[in-house]
Design a protein around this ligand. Structure first.
Ligand SMILES: [Zn+2]
Ligand SMILES: [Zn+2]
Length: 436
């Protein structure tokens, strides 16, 4: 990457209104200087989705707020704190895209997508908007998600993990570590919840204020507390694996076998548990050593459909946080191939030549030749200088005289040699020269 360009600040005229708008705190523009990373991620995401047979889906940026709130259950407080509610003129309560996997399930049920494919394998690239303290990360981030709906077989949990792992390996990310656990189910989780509650009640005086408050309402949240004393208490807490029912146990074993068979590095993480009511069985996160937060995560959440008023519908999802993936690539020194540099530069002199130039440029572009120009620059010298700076080997010159004669001047930028050719032969001639 070259030097950062200086921001363009114009001298303010007396009495003029100062320019005041900027991105809202926690939001970020994705700028051209990062395009090589973004394009690579998006291209690889599409290629991986196609190879693994996932179908594209996109849900709207605005959804009913209740959809995110009702599903949350014990995580209600978390959702209320982070949901971006919108003020509208009407009675409806709406919120910004908060959890795409929930929206995708809503779409599946609403459009009866079970008739389209069973199971439905869907992928999406959607923004997520969360009210959050900015030191915890951006308020807006982008998720690339894979979701399989309609089948509870552990092979689908494995497929999700494999798709994500292939995606990240395709980006050349190294030292990936999968942390994985089972969150149990309705049969086995309540007993475990009672056990862990009883354990924490015994240690109550050692807990921080937040943990003390969460103890009765959302005891699993205590496993994520970062206070030193709470972490010590956590080390001795009972683990869910000792309480899984037979079905959950078999499911977890099968998923681990699939992970092992496919040589994905993993370690079980007993403290990884769903913080909502609808998560069950498989739950995972993927890390690289350079980042504290996971670059991808996923879970199974068969119960959410029921909360929405439908039948229990097996659903498993895995999601990459694109911003963190790109950060990890940069930290690991992975440079994407820059896009292929255009080989042809069009120099246009005089207003009359512009129209003819656009027609010729378009002809070249339609035949697959990338062309650049800076026709806003008036002089020949300034335009040629730009071509030099961009390291372009071939320049085409068009002025009033050439328009009149139906010709174009072809200039070899290295040797400076020029030749006049017929405009109708242009595409043929340019292709011959740039493939030489
Ligand atoms: Zn169970
Ligand atoms: Zn605590």
């Amino acid at each position: 990457m070259g030097k950062e360009p200086k921001p363009q600040v114009k001298k303010m005229q007396k009495g003029a209104k100062p320019y005041t708008f900027s991105t809202v705190e926690g939001m970020a523009d994705i700028l051209p200087r990062d395009q090589d990373w973004w394009k690579l991620v998006l291209q690889l995401g599409n290629a991986t989705s196609e190879l693994h047979d996932f179908n594209f889906i996109e849900t709207p940026l605005i959804e009913e707020a209740g959809m995110f709130e009702e599903g949350a259950g014990i995580a209600k407080e978390f959702v209320e704190k982070h949901l971006f509610l919108l003020k509208t003129g009407g009675k409806e309560r709406v919120a910004l895209s908060f959890c795409p996997k929930v929206s995708v399930l809503r779409s599946y049920l609403e459009h009866r997508l079970a008739y389209f494919a069973s199971p439905l394998k869907a992928f999406y690239m959607l923004p997520v908007l969360k009210k959050t303290r900015t030191k915890e990360g951006l308020r807006e981030s982008h998720e690339w998600g894979f979701q399989i709906i309609g089948e509870g077989d552990p092979i689908y949990d494995g497929e999700i993990i494999l798709a994500i792992s292939d995606f990240l390996k395709g980006l050349k990310l190294k030292q990936l570590m999968l942390k994985i656990n089972s969150g149990g189910c309705r049969v086995c989780r309540p007993a475990f919840r009672q056990k862990i509650k009883a354990y924490y009640r015994n240690e109550q005086e050692r807990l921080c204020k937040t943990c003390e408050r969460n103890l009765e309402t959302n005891v699993f949240a205590l496993l994520h507390c970062e206070e030193a004393e709470c972490r010590e208490v956590m080390a001795g807490a009972p683990i869910i694996l000792d309480y899984l029912c037979q079905n959950c146990n078999n499911h977890f074993k099968s998923v681990l076998e699939l992970v092992e068979d496919n040589e994905i590095a993993y370690e079980p993480d007993a403290h990884l548990l769903p913080i909502n009511d609808y998560g069950m069985r498989t739950i995972f996160e993927l890390y690289v050593p350079e980042l504290r937060l996971p670059i991808a995560s996923g879970c199974r959440f068969d119960y959410l459909a029921e909360i929405f008023g439908a039948r229990v519908t097996p659903t498993v999802n895995g999601t990459l946080n694109i911003e963190r993936v790109i950060e990890a690539m940069k930290l690991q020194g992975i440079a994407p191939h820059p896009r292929t540099k255009p080989k042809v530069f069009f120099v246009v002199l005089g207003d009359q030549a512009k129209k003819g130039a656009l027609r010729l440029m378009n002809k070249l572009r339609s035949s697959g030749v990338a062309v650049v120009e800076v026709v806003g620059k008036k002089t020949l010298k300034a335009q040629l200088k730009s071509a030099e700076r961009m390291n372009i080997s071939l320049a085409l010159l068009l002025g009033q005289k050439e328009i009149f004669e139906g010709t174009v001047i072809v200039r070899d930028m290295t040797s400076g040699a020029q030749e006049t050719i017929l405009a109708e032969k242009l595409v043929e001639e340019v292709k011959r020269r740039i493939t030489k």
